[in-house]
Ligand binder design. Structure first.
Ligand code: PMP
Length: 304
């Protein structure tokens, strides 16, 4: 269902009127920063998963990019997020805050004023309901993930996503569901919008933080896995280590926890969701639905 309102710079604006100018530098050069957040339905009402961490990452993205004079605090953005969900009456939704630039077209961040909007919409599973059980077929992309000194990989800067779009579009046009990208040295990095985990001999491994976006779902899954007694390490991972994994899964706000059944036409493990992935997927959904041991710590309730 479409939202009625988008929050724009302190005001609740009707959906159709929430527009930005054609000559906005954000549209032409990708000069902006955004977040992707989910709000889940729980027995105590709508709750946003790790909202404060997401908003901190939004502020960090702006800082990394070099945006100055952004005038909203985390607490103000948090309240604005709740207001937007309430105004639209959603019990569960996806939340998209965007810092954009208002000013003349050009490559100088300092000639524009940073502004912010928050949109919400109802959204189901990203890679398909069926994929949560049966898994997805991934392609190792021929597009390299950002070099860490070309684009800032810790920031969700709008323009960074051209790299993700190259990889994702090629994967879909080639008949795959998603793309895994390698870093500039050839090690496994991340997907177009997800982090990746490898399970082998009951140990769980994920690429180190240096070249990836530090996913909040990645952190949540790592914590839930450790809570369940699994060993989780961060290590360099090669392409062929993926091929011989017992289980692989991706995670992200959009994709939640989705198993990988094949990569480059090679079946991974049993060719569907493996047992460790299932345990972690269940723990994740229990948590976001308000019934996990970490729920109280990670859910921020909209109606309190
Ligand atoms: N990597 C990239 C490139 C992403 O865009 C995302 C989505 N934000 C992720 C990983 C997963 O991050 P999170 O779990 O915080 O959504």
């Amino acid at each position: 269902m479409k939202a009625d309102y988008i929050w724009l710079n302190g005001e609740m604006v009707p959906f159709e009127q929430a527009t930005i100018p054609f000559l906005s530098p954000t549209i032409h050069y990708g000069l902006g920063a955004f977040e992707g957040i989910r709000c889940y339905e729980t027995s105590a009402g709508a709750a946003v998963f790790r909202l404060s961490e997401h908003l901190q990452r939004l502020l960090d993205s702006a800082l990394i990019f070099g945006i100055r004079n952004f005038r909203y605090t985390l607490e103000e953005l948090r309240e604005a997020t709740f207001e937007t969900i309430r105004a639209n009456g959603f019990s569960s939704c996806y939340i998209r805050p965007l810092i954009y630039l208002d000013g003349p077209l050009g490559l100088n961040l300092d000639s524009s004023e940073p502004k912010v909007g928050i949109a919400t919409w109802e959204w189901g599973t990203y890679l398909g309901e069926e994929a949560l059980e049966n898994g997805v077929h991934m392609m190792i992309s021929s597009f390299t993930r950002h070099h860490i000194n070309a684009s800032m990989t810790k920031a969700k800067i709008c323009g960074n996503y051209a790299n993700s779009v190259l990889a994702k579009t090629l994967a879909l046009r080639s008949g795959y569901d998603e793309a895994i990208m390698l870093d500039s040295l050839g090690y496994v990095s991340e997907c177009s919008g997800e982090n990746l985990f490898v399970v082998r001999a009951a140990e769980i491994c994920t690429p180190p933080r240096a070249t990836i976006l530090e996913g909040i779902t990645r952190d949540s899954v790592t914590t839930l896995a450790r809570d369940s007694g699994y060993v989780v390490t961060e290590d360099l991972i090669s392409r062929d280590q993926l091929y011989i994994a017992d289980e692989l899964f991706v995670c992200g706000t959009a994709a939640e926890v989705t198993p990988i059944r094949a990569i480059d036409h090679r079946t991974i493990g049993i060719g569907q969701r493996g047992p460790v992935t299932q345990v972690l997927q269940q723990a994740f959904f229990k948590t976001v639905n308000g019934e996990g041991e970490r729920s109280a710590e990670w859910l921020e309730y909209v109606y309190e």
